[in-house]
Write a protein that binds this ligand. Structure first.
Ligand SMILES: C[S@@+](CC[C@H](N)C(=O)[O-])C[C@H]1O[C@@H](n2cnc3c(N)ncnc32)[C@H](O)[C@@H]1O
Length: 219
């Protein structure tokens, strides 16, 4: 898959996929969007209940959500076990060009996360352990369950098959009771899929430039 580096409106980078005419993040601001959707409305929400959080990310990509999660875990003294699923890993030559960092500590952390080999579990630091799997979500067989799922697939226009019911049936079965799925997407059909599984669905204000986002809870 061909990918090109782009800058988003808050000055942070993202990748553009010409084949899909789709970017990895909102062009209004990649870091701003990831913080709002996954950290503030996902991790912070779940971490009020628990000091240990098992997270699955679908669409690991450039590791931005993993980086922000590892930073949050350290700042808030929680422990995160993070599984990142990625069908088409970003090549080293490309992720090395991506600069999400304001300081050298963040750069070192991002490099550790991206250089971490697929298929191996390892502690990146005391607060964050990582397992990356290079598989399609459709083919992946999990051997654990999760408190929080970051659903960061390309949007329904670019990749409709990622927003069909069988994927959410699978993810529902991987969530613990009380577990949460967050995504930037607010499509009506997607929300109806979550509701059809018996999930509580919260439509929350989106990050700057997007009206809404979605949080589903397994009740
Ligand atoms: C919106 S981007 C994710 C952005 C990423 N979270 C980041 O911070 O860079 C969507 C990602 O999903 C991956 N993907 C596409 N189809 C997939 C599938 N069937 N299973 C798992 N990942 C998939 C893409 O390769 C891409 O990296």
């Amino acid at each position: 898959m061909k990918r090109e580096l782009r800058l988003t409106a808050d000055g942070s980078p993202t990748l553009y996929v010409p084949e899909l005419d789709e970017t990895y993040h909102s062009m209004h601001g990649s870091v701003q969007e990831a913080r709002h959707v996954f950290i503030e409305n996902g991790l912070r929400f779940v971490a009020t209940e628990s000091k240990q959080v098992n997270i699955l990310e679908v669409g690991f990509g450039t590791g931005l959500n993993a980086l922000l999660t590892a930073q949050y875990a350290k700042e808030n003294a929680i422990r995160v076990n993070y599984v990142g699923l990625e069908a088409y890993p970003v090549e080293e030559a490309i992720w090395k060009e991506i600069n999400y960092h304001t300081d050298t500590e963040a750069r070192t952390l991002h490099t550790k996360i991206m250089a971490h080999p697929f298929g191996e579990t390892n502690s990146i630091n005391l607060n964050f352990s990582l397992f990356k799997e290079a598989k399609l979500i459709q083919d992946w067989v999990a051997d654990e369950t999760f408190d929080l799922i970051y659903y960061d697939a390309f949007g329904p226009r670019a990749q409709a098959e990622m927003w069909e019911l069988p994927i959410f049936e699978k993810l529902y079965s991987l969530l613990n009771v009380g577990g949460v799925l967050v995504t930037y997407c607010a499509q009506g059909q997607f929300k109806r899929h979550l509701k059809s599984l018996g999930m509580r669905v919260d439509s929350l204000p989106g990050p700057p430039g997007k009206r809404e986002m979605t949080r589903g809870i397994k009740i």
